[in-house]
Design a protein around this ligand. Sequence first.
Ligand code: SF4
Length: 524
Amino acid sequence: MIKLSADNERIKMKAILVSFYRTTDFNPNYYYPLSLHYLKAYANKELADDITISIKDYSVEEDSSHVVYDLLKDSPDLIGFSCYVWNTKEILLISNLLKKLSPAVKIVLGGPQVTYTADSVLTENEWVDVIVRGEGEQTFAELLKYYLNYGPAIEEIKGISHRTNGKIQSNESRPLIKNLDDIPSPFNEGIGDKSHSILIETQRGCPFECAFCDSHKNFKSVRYFSLERVKKDLHYLITSGVKRLFLADSTFNLDGKRAKEILRYIGSINKDTVISTELRAELLDRETVDLLEKAGVDFVEFGLQSTNPITSKNIGRETNFTKFEEGISFLEKSKIQYVIQLIIGLPGDDLSSFKNSMDYVLHLAPTTLQAFELQLLPGTALYENADQHGMLFHVTPPHLVIQTQTFSYSDMMKAKQLSREAFLMYPRNYAILANLSDLRPSELIEKWVAWRETKIDLSFSDYEKLKGIRRLLLFSRFIQELLLQNNSSAVTNLYITVKCNLLVSLIVFKYFNKVIRRLFLRRP
Ligand code: SF4
């Protein structure tokens, strides 16, 4: 791929690394494509004189003709894509067009969605040249050397599957990078638009083995960037005015002592940057919560997935509920907002156990309850044992499960709607309101859905389109009617009306408080 100019000068090879992002109402943030910046930083360490690497990112909603034009306009030699469950369909469509329009361009895919299915992706998509499996930095740099004619033969590059002379071959896997500090900081070249959410890793790997997740398969051993490196990157990001930072470790507080040291450091320099991360509630203590607050962390995520013991066993994820609740109780006294996540359709769960999980979460009154539909990701234990659990799922990404041995399709749809309802309506007070009418929170939500459909003939899709305040006003009407239904005395009616109005006001207040905090939160 080495090209020479008219004066016999070497022309730099051009590579583009591409990310497609998807925003949702659960997660409206746009994230800096950290993995691609790592690839670029590592490759530039040795190859900067011979190659220019640019990074481009697009929304999955973007018009494919525009993306194709934008990618080909500078005549790149290689285009690499970062493949996740939410974008691989679009990537395969666009890379096909790219190859048809520019047959010489090398199409390279990497990322979790193609790591475990490399052979079938190459077989089914003849325009793809190479797939980088697993950790990509060293592998991608070696592949570029091969294209620059000074690397090893393609058969010797560990960690790739490739199509060479029309034949598909899978080379042996590459061991993980021993010292993460060998990867130059991706932030050395700046970060562009500081209003984006910036991701930073302080560690890689996960010691847990959740059967629905592929993260631990490639990254079982936990490796850490040195504290010196982490602090240097954090200092740069925070002092250069980044608005939102996400500590993108699978469990930031896995090593409590180290997490505290990082938080202490952030707290000592941070004035305006808003920070979020994922934590394990069972490992939380009061001191960590204090440090999170002082560091400017305003939002944290906890994966609970299910409270059903059979399901926990099936997915290899046991929860110590006493410790879990203790961890959450520390947060309740802080200003930090938190989401507790569940998964719909895990093996062993059915509608009734899913409602139990929902009720448990709503009693803990998180800022948000978030429930994902189970996706059977290639490479995960659940994907491999799909038949054993009677799982029906979409074979193409995003691999959503539509039915299991224990969870019928229609019950999955009901569970999905219930959790969506809890997301649309501020869930912190469901448990209190449900208690007033001797209902479980999930039963209250079911009554609320039935009331809307029968009493005011409002379909779910029309309800979803209403503004938050209209939803709240409707909800307040429903709650008052429900509470008054079983009580006829005038005094009781008055008492219930007052109490209900106070509760609804509280919901409104907390709703606006949340919105205001999101929009204007600035730490002193
Ligand atoms: S879901 Fe989280 S905790 Fe479980 S294996 Fe994956 S990364 Fe680890």
